[in-house]
Design a binder for this molecule. Structure first.
Ligand SMILES: [Zn+2]
Ligand SMILES: [Zn+2]
Length: 166
């Protein structure tokens, strides 16, 4: 299978019972078939030299690289944050649930792994901050209409001033 980013041939390696495709000759990216990443996204999961080597790769994520195509089904992959680890963008094939991780991202995911309670807290935090943002928007709207009302009222006053001729 060819690496979706640099097109080098990927090599299957044993990460402790899970076979992961590694772009050894190229960008050091990793390919996880459906459900494989869930078996390796926590610090204590997986074992072996191949996994240790993958964890030693430097982070090399080019945020600006264009959308890549799934190495399995060729559909464009979707970039989004990994659910169990904030701040890590991963590429996912929605068709079969495969993931591509750039060099160094597996290490970051494992170090930032959040359990369900932590994940809920994090989601709540995001929701709260967006609620605050919405409140600010509402206040801004109110402020705007108040200003407009005052302006209209002033206009009315001026008009009536002219009409009465005083
Ligand atoms: Zn590659
Ligand atoms: Zn695919």
């Amino acid at each position: 299978m060819k690496c979706p980013v640099c097109q080098k041939e990927m090599v299957a390696e044993n990460f402790g019972g899970v076979n992961i495709d590694v772009c050894k000759a190229g960008c050091k990216g990793l390919w996880f078939d459906w459900m494989e990443l869930a078996k390796l996204d926590e610090k204590n999961e997986g074992l072996g030299a191949a996994l240790q080597e993958a964890l030693s790769y430097e982070r090399a994520n080019d945020e600006n690289r264009s959308q890549v195509k799934c190495p399995k089904c060729s559909l464009p992959m979707h970039v989004h944050k990994y659910e169990s680890a904030k701040e890590v963008n991963i590429d996912e094939c929605y068709q079969y649930g495969g993931f591509f991780l750039d060099s160094g991202e597996l290490k970051i995911i494992r170090e930032n792994f959040m359990d369900e309670a932590e994940r809920d807290a994090y989601t709540q935090k995001l929701l709260d901050s967006s609620a605050e943002f919405k409140n600010e928007q509402v206040n801004l709207e109110k402020e705007k209409s108040r200003t407009e009302a005052v302006r209209n009222f002033t206009k009315f006053l001026r008009v009536s001033y002219y009409i009465t001729g005083k």
